[in-house]
Design a protein around this ligand. Structure first.
Ligand SMILES: *Cc1c(COP(=O)(O)O)cnc(C)c1O
Length: 429
């Protein structure tokens, strides 16, 4: 019997192959060695020939030194929380690359002295939202809420309507976050109705602020009433509006979604929003409002613990200043164009023997924005058994399962990705 083990190339020999050595420079030796060991094991188990070890090593390498992988979002949910919410624009990705090294994030290059951190992104925010006297950025919406609660209502009361006591997802409950800061909650109204007088009756010397929370992931319908910011301003205590999704101005496609400009002009003293929802930027918490309040937040000791890094600042500024974001383009795309893409894709797949058909579909915003809103879309329909191999394929494709069918909804996918999607589907057969 021949001992094939002898013929299996050793680790050092595989690593010295020029193609493998290049990957060591890109990914680091540890990750490449892991792939080599895996390939050697396959050769020992006779799954591959000893001569295929180099090839198998290269095939087994990750796309990057991070385990995070790119996933094609074919769910039709524009902001999919499990897929990292908003995909960044090219401009934002480019800004990330520039900011990744040493940068002038906190240096005034003219004077050589320390400069205000992130000054240019704050300027971009107040230019986009002139109704805001000042702006501050923290790590996410939850961080923004906790900073506001700590700085403005510690040992005091936050007045909040019962119908706005929201759980965002994964067990994150806004009321619990607020009380964790040392603020007390003063609940007003019922699940479905609250009146201005309910708020008025709850106010007292202990009131820190009134919090208005956008029910961003559910809809209460029927016998309902809530009190808009424009009415709450009459009560003469600070009004903080957590609008969630990060629209800076009213949006033509989402007329019922609150926006920062309107909330501020209606009389909110402070607006809180996320950066990675409808704004289409990186994870961030935006605080926009009256200068004196924003200054108090900025100077609070907790602000340092919630501070964003230079990468977030760069990507956020590029999102604000740059061209339309992928989220914005997805919101405004023409359903007929989507249907054309679905037809083309389904035809190409069908010609290759895949039982694919094109159909109209309904996409959603998802990720804490515009609950109940359906956006006309188009999809390629496949048998259900395609879903799992697509999800574990390369690149992974996340489809939507609907009535026993696997739908590839195109609303959240850039047209440039259609060809990759087609090749990936062909590859899973
Ligand atoms: C999403 C959301 C939050 C939490 O924001 P994160 O950026 O996820 O921390 C808070 N409030 C509302 C209304 C939201 O929609």
């Amino acid at each position: 019997m021949v001992d094939t083990r002898r013929q299996i190339p050793g680790t050092d020999r595989v690593l010295s192959e020029p193609e493998v050595a290049r990957e060591v420079a890109r990914l680091g030796a540890d990750l490449v060695k892991r792939a080599v060991h895996e390939a050697q094991r396959s050769a020992r188990d006779d799954e591959i020939a000893p001569g295929e070890v180099v090839e198998r090593t290269l095939a087994g390498l990750p796309a990057s030194a991070s385990a995070v992988r790119r996933v094609l979002n074919a769910t039709g949910v524009l902001l999919h929380t499990n897929l990292g919410r908003a995909p960044l624009s090219e401009a934002a990705v480019d800004a990330l690359r520039h900011a990744a090294g040493t940068t002038d994030v906190e240096l005034d290059l003219r004077t050589g002295k320390r400069g205000p951190r992130g000054a240019s992104v704050l300027r971009a925010l107040t230019e986009e939202v002139p109704a805001a006297g000042a702006a501050h950025v923290v790590n996410n919406g939850a961080a923004a809420l906790s900073l506001a609660a700590t700085a403005l209502a510690q040992d005091r009361e936050i007045v909040l309507a019962r119908g706005e006591m929201v759980e965002i997802g994964d067990g994150f409950r806004i009321p619990e976050l607020l009380t964790a800061t040392g603020a007390r909650l003063r609940e007003v109204g019922t699940t479905n109705r609250v009146r201005l007088d309910d708020y008025r009756a709850a106010l007292g010397p202990d009131t820190g602020f009134i919090l208005k929370v956008h029910p961003s992931n559910f809809v209460i319908s029927g016998f309902t009433a809530d009190v808009p910011v424009a009415a709450l301003r009459e009560l003469d205590v600070p009004v903080v509006a957590d609008i969630g999704s990060g629209l800076l101005r009213p949006h033509p496609v989402l007329p019922r979604e609150p926006d920062a400009t309107t909330s501020l002009t209606d009389g909110a003293d402070l607006v809180i929003a996320s950066g990675d929802k409808l704004l289409g930027g990186p994870q961030a918490g935006l605080l926009l409002g009256r200068e004196e309040i924003v200054q108090r937040l900025r100077r609070h000791p907790l602000a340092r613990a919630l501070r964003v890094d230079k990468l977030t600042l760069a990507a956020l500024e590029a999102t604000l200043r740059g061209p339309r974001t992928p989220v914005e383009r997805a919101l405004r795309q023409d359903p007929e164009q989507l249907r054309l893409r679905a037809d083309r894709l389904a035809d190409a797949l069908a010609a290759a023997g895949v039982p694919a058909t094109a159909r109209d579909s309904a996409a959603t915003v998802g990720g804490g924005g515009a609950p109940g809103v359906e956006l006309p879309s188009a999809a390629v329909e496949l048998p259900e058994h395609y879903a799992a191999p697509l999800r574990t394929g390369e690149p992974p494709v996340l489809a939507r399962l609907e009535q026993g069918r696997c739908l590839l909804d195109l609303a959240a996918l850039a047209p440039d990705d259609d060809d990759l999607l087609r090749r990936t589907v062909l590859g899973v057969r």
